[in-house]
Design a protein. Structure first.
Length: 117
């Protein structure tokens, strides 16, 4: 069992930066691929980025490439999403997730990011 708790969201002006954090419980954190997703009202949850269990591989949605960076610290059971040059369309509830195979097994409660237009 893995429990995930996101933090670091808030309100930021367009062009600003935020860093989201996701704290994971459990001793097996380092075996999981970790991902960040986001969701806005009336829309499906969409993929933002993920990172392999050892941090060697990262993958990003086209819309965030070059602006967002995912990273992890397995010694601290943490995963991060650094978001730069934020745009109003990036406003959403951001979730972190953990998976062993193709499907995400665990999710955090979500963290709101607001970027006024």
């Amino acid at each position: 069992q893995v429990q995930l708790v996101e933090s670091g969201g808030g309100l930021v002006q367009a062009g600003g930066s935020l860093r989201l954090s996701c704290a994971a419980s459990g001793r097996t954190f380092s075996v999981y691929t970790m991902g960040w997703f986001r969701q806005t009202p009336g829309k499906d949850r969409e993929f933002v980025a993920d990172i392999s269990y050892n941090g060697a591989r990262t993958y990003y949605a086209d819309s965030v490439k070059g602006r967002f960076t995912i990273s992890r610290d397995n010694a601290k059971n943490m995963v991060y999403l650094q978001m730069n040059n934020l745009k109003p369309e990036n406003a959403a509830i951001y979730y972190c997730g953990a998976r062993l195979e193709a499907t995400y097994d665990y999710w955090g409660q979500g963290n709101q990011v607001t970027v006024p237009s």
